[in-house]
Design a protein around this ligand. Sequence first.
Ligand code: NAP
Ligand code: MG
Length: 502
Amino acid sequence: MDSLVRNYLDQYGVSDATRRFLAKPQKMFIDGAWVDSANGATFDIFEPSTGGLVTRAPSGTADDLDRAVRAARRQFDGGEWRRLKPLERERLLHRLADLIETHGDELAEIEAIDMGKSVTFAREIDIQGTVDTFRYFAGWPSKLHGRTVEPSIPGNYLAYTRKEPLGVVAAIVPWNFPLQTMAWKVAAALAAGCTVIVKPAELTSLSTLRFAELVQEAGFPDGVVNIVTGKGSVIGAAMSAHPGINKVTFTGSTPVGQEVGRTAVGNLKHVTLELGGKSPVLVLDDADLASAARAVANGVFFNSGQVCDAGTRVYVQRSVHDAFLDELIAVTRTLKLAPGLDRDCYIGPMVSAQQKKVVAGYIEAGRREGAKLVHGGATPEGPGHFIEPAIFAHCTPDMSIVREEIFGPVLVTSPFDTLEEAVSLANDTPFGLAAAIYSNDLARVHTLIPQLHAGSVYVNAHSTIDPSMPFGGFKDSGFGKDLGPEQLDYLMETKAVWITLP
Ligand code: NAP
Ligand code: MG
């Protein structure tokens, strides 16, 4: 750990538990053992509010992945895990949820230090969401079953279906909600009876490594959950190609998702792809402008705008456009830009210097293409990858800031006149992850919902997420669902059984 990070942790009084975790050498978790990479390689782990070095973790190889696959296969193909009764699986998942809750403050600090996000939101959203996800799926193993049917063909048969787990599931996870996104994939896979191998993003591997310690403490058999850290181009790519893996569940960018999907389907794996977004927000003329402005600002600036379903394209009915924009700017001024460990931080730094460069580049492109920057957009001096939230007005559909996913605190607005025009603007994108409507006119709201091409539609809210509701995109935002009972369908096979009766 360098002095930048050490001083930062001292300044904000980070817990002893977190310090102990950060001080020890990080290892991968394969077949219940803590191991280095097969070739001894490591990668550096940075803290985004200071830009300082925190620690190093193993940079895994295809051989490391292969060891993890063999362990996961052994457990799946008749190991101890496969022989557990459903209620025993539930008990392990509940125990894990309890342990995550007990260590919630520590996990929130680790997430804030590795990713740069607000420690307060990390505790309230990321960690609580992780606990809730494990609790929700813990209830499922005893409730997974097929059906018995009465066939009409000649003859006499007992016909029924069996739900069986898919097998070894590989999860490739991005850096914006590291622990929570991992939990979405792992909790459901374990509930279904699968075994898992996780590849966290290099930018944010630490919380997943701490999680693996809790998996061990909860008493899961060795090899049921494996964590292989390192490069996506090495491990992620090897996961898509490995014949011992039955499914790849990927959350990340659309181009990488397409590559993962091509390889995985090429060798007939199951695939879930949760990809990028450029979600539209429609503010109708009857909306409560003050509360809509708070929700819209939260819907795009939360997590410093590094949110896949962020409502980044805001279309406002013309008669309320200027008044709404004034409210939105006023709310945005109140959002505190600060280091992640500051308890009052609302907007933390971008996750990396590279991400800051990309976002700053889009703000520059917006100006160049003729959009009007009506708030923020500056990049403060000093350490850390900070960018002030930016609001652009008078944007046109051809601008790059309107068309492309930025993944930073940048919002574009323009007015519309009719609802037909609003729908056509909203759907004018290759993405289809989410959409939001602000209005109290039920008739208009219900007319709009079926016309929006998006996997989630939020009304008078944004990014409301609960483990009981499915999440996943349409169009270039991918396919398959995480969360809800729907996710289990993507993790189980249905076997049709025919028994001839005398
Ligand atoms: P990314 O570059 O696509 O990376 C996502 C993950 O894929 C990382 O673990 C990465 O590993 C790995 N990866 C990189 N190259 C790979 C390859 N060739 N084969 C297999 N895996 C590879 O995305 P990101 O920049 O981390 O995350 C931001 C993107 O994720 C945004 O587009 C956002 O919209 C999307 N996202 C979507 C959702 C959703 O639910 N729809 C949720 C969150 C984020 P390394 O980087 O460690 O090498
Ligand atoms: Mg980091």
